[in-house]
Design a protein around this ligand. Structure first.
Ligand code: AMP
Ligand code: MG
Length: 348
């Protein structure tokens, strides 16, 4: 299949959006930018189209897709028994990086929801995404546009690496602004519960709803507790090189990482380092990459997946990363990093 690359970095191209919408309406696949990561879109109400997403990504069929809408009213067709919390959250955070899990209606095929009686819904805060959703019929199922097992794409080039020749179109809208997948909150059982941390954190949700819980599987040290979001049970991504997170007092971390770099060098192995602008000049002898400034956590989130992709292209046998427990997105950033590291943490 020839994959069309449709450039819309500077302005939205109405004709391109119309053609992309046509592809979705006839059951094809279009990758598109959102403020979180790039999505791989198909008509969510068309069982065959949704099935193609699992095929293109190599995604396990029990891992449900998020349905993207562009207007609040669209929710009434795909969800039933919508609690008042949903409207409160939508008023506060939509369009934006928040996904809500609700009871599904019969309009949504089980292929889209991975066999679950619930549906995950989000309204993205990206002009291209919303224009595409409207043009494609109003309901776009879209997981991240990567091959399963690779980091989520935050640039059209990442999508092309994984999906060129496999899908109909990629819309290039430049770099994703947030760089981490949406916060998922479950509104189907009692207290609203965070199933996946993201830009919108527990405190922000509690400011709107009162009490909010976090899925125990996300905060427990016990790796055997089954997460409520099926997708969270997968490792997601293992870099080619072994990845370790080094935690502790700032100065101890720097000394420990430099010692580790030296030890590897002595053994003939090249080490990579993931650090921040503030610390990058402190590391010697490894391939050092700064993820951004500690004072600007959005840049850290934005660059995480792209740095992990970069290291896969480089000749390093091991990667050491600082930890990034930043105020708002720290839990989300560390959730992704700890998974990528397969929970390997070195205390400095
Ligand atoms: P992705 O779109 O690749 O970010 O993955 C979507 C995430 O949403 C996965 O972790 C899914 O398990 C989760 N998800 C989607 N639908 C539901 C649902 N109905 N209930 C719980 N989690 C869901
Ligand atoms: Mg994904």
């Amino acid at each position: 299949m020839k994959t069309v690359m449709e450039k819309m970095r500077d302005t939205i191209n109405e004709d391109g959006i119309r053609r992309a919408g046509e592809i979705l309406k006839r059951g094809g696949l279009v990758a598109f930018p959102t403020e979180t990561v790039y999505g791989l879109g198909a008509n969510a109400l068309d069982e065959k189209a949704a099935a193609k997403i699992y095929g293109a990504k190599g995604r396990p069929s029990d891992n449900p897709l998020i349905v993207h809408i562009a207007d609040w009213e669209a929710i009434y067709k795909i969800a039933v028994d919508i609690p008042k919390e949903a409207k409160l959250l939508a008023d506060a955070f939509w369009p934006g990086p928040l996904t809500m899990v609700l009871k599904k209606s019969d309009a949504v095929p089980l292929t889209t929801t991975g066999g679950l009686p619930t549906v995950a819904v989000r309204m993205p805060n990206h002009e291209i995404a919303r224009a595409l959703i409207r043009s494609g019929g109003g309901y776009v199922a879209a997981p991240s546009a990567n091959t399963s097992g690779r980091p989520s794409p935050t640039k059209a080039e990442h999508v092309a690496e994984d999906m060129d020749g496999v899908i109909d179109m990629i819309i290039d809208g430049g770099d994703s602004h947030i760089g981490l997948e949406s916060t998922i909150v479950d509104l189907t059982e009692g207290t609203p519960t965070i199933l996946r941390p993201g830009y919108i954190n527990q405190q922000m949700l509690e400011d709107v709803l009162g009490r909010v819980e976090t899925d125990r599987a996300l905060i427990s040290e016990d790796e055997n507790i089954r997460p409520k979001a099926p997708g969270m049970k997968y490792r997601h991504y293992a870099p080619k090189a072994e990845l370790f997170i080094v935690e502790g007092e700032e100065q101890n971390v720097r000394e420990k990482m430099n010692r580790l770099i030296e030890e590897n060098k002595a053994a003939g192995r090249k080490a990579g380092v993931i650090c921040t602008d503030e610390s990058s000049s402190c590391y010697h002898g490894g391939i050092v990459k700064s993820i951004g400034s500690r004072a600007d956590e959005i840049t850290i989130a934005q660059h995480l997946y792209s740095i992990l992709r970069d290291f896969d292209e480089m000749d390093v046998s091991v990667i050491y990363s600082e930890s990034f427990d930043t105020p708002q997105m720290g839990q989300a950033i560390m959730n992704r990093l700890i998974k990528a590291a397969g929970h390997q943490i070195i205390k400095a």
